[in-house]
Ligand binder design. Sequence first.
Ligand code: PLP
Length: 394
Amino acid sequence: MTNNHKRFNTSAIHDGYDPSDLLGSLTAPLFQTSTFTFETAEEGERRFAGEEDGYMYSRLGNPTVTVLEEKMAALEKGERGLAFASGMAAVSAILVALTKANDHILCSAGLYGCTFGLVSMMKEKYNIDHDFSMMETKDEVRGLIRPETACIYVETPINPTMKLIDLQMVAEVAHECGIPVVVDNTFASPYLQRPLELGCDVVIHSATKYIGGHGDVIAGVAVGKKDFLDHVQMTTQKDMGGIMSPLDAWLLIRGLKTLPIRVDRHCDNAEKIYAKLNKHPKVSRVLYPDDSDHPDYHIRQKQMKRGGGLISFEVKGTKKDAQKMLNNLGFIKIAVSLGDAETLIQHPATMTHSVVPEASRQQMGVNDQLIRLSVGLEEWEDIWGDLEQALDQL
Ligand SMILES: *Cc1c(COP(=O)(O)O)cnc(C)c1O
């Protein structure tokens, strides 16, 4: 069913599903069922033995979820996709599958708050150690790889500082050492960045964000080699149970059809807002990777189609001023999450990164004046109008 030669926009609409498989239904049907019946006891035996293809029980696979998995594999250019109940269900299933007690994980300096929480818990419970690195040079990465390093785990753009890591460079060092690279690609989406094409091994998404795009689903997806994800499916996914519901898969299939159009518009708007924020007297610093003055601009040009829909900026003053700015807003909503049609704004130090200890937070560059903006799909002049009046009142 999957045709890897289609262009991205066409793939997003057509891959993973053929109406002739299901009574000509144009859109993929929602198989809202927990289990599947067998014609005979022997058929059930063959399916559980893996001798015959077919569905058995929705925790082990569901046809609507399969469509989403195939679509995501096509878009990320991977062999297979595996869908999860949330981004964190995907992150935890992949990291637990790749590690055993006393191993080591090399992480990018700057991780999603709950991923930071997960690696901290793995250290406490299983003595799985970790290091954080900006991964700026091959020597820096090589110097942190130990005999017990099980994988490299990277986020780029890093949340919320928008720093970038050169994925091709990291993959080259990792493969010299025979270890896999896992990339959280949530911020970029496969439309802007495809880590597997750059040599990385596993891609993870919080599909809650740009993949769904409408703020109505919590979900996760991983894409990578078939053998590895078959193994994850039959171990940490099946036995820990963080599977995606068929309804969520159905909503995500619908969301994916407009992913390229939405992300282009998010980027168009973000570029306009970035230019305006840069000139506002109450703003001391703006972080967006699509500026030739950004220290990682060459990495953006190398591995991302555009700069994305997220901008972080620091207001002049204190935590109180940052909070006041948020409270001054009109239609822009104060909320964590990102990638929705609605413009969302949040204060990382007290919200998404509040679980990160103060010292690590400062080290990551998440200070009290920092604000993160997920630029939505409204008219950019209206978004700027709301931001400007909120800043002017400071
Ligand atoms: C939201 C997010 C996650 C976690 O995803 P959930 O769907 O909320 O579990 C992981 N990584 C990044 C970068 C995210 O933004």
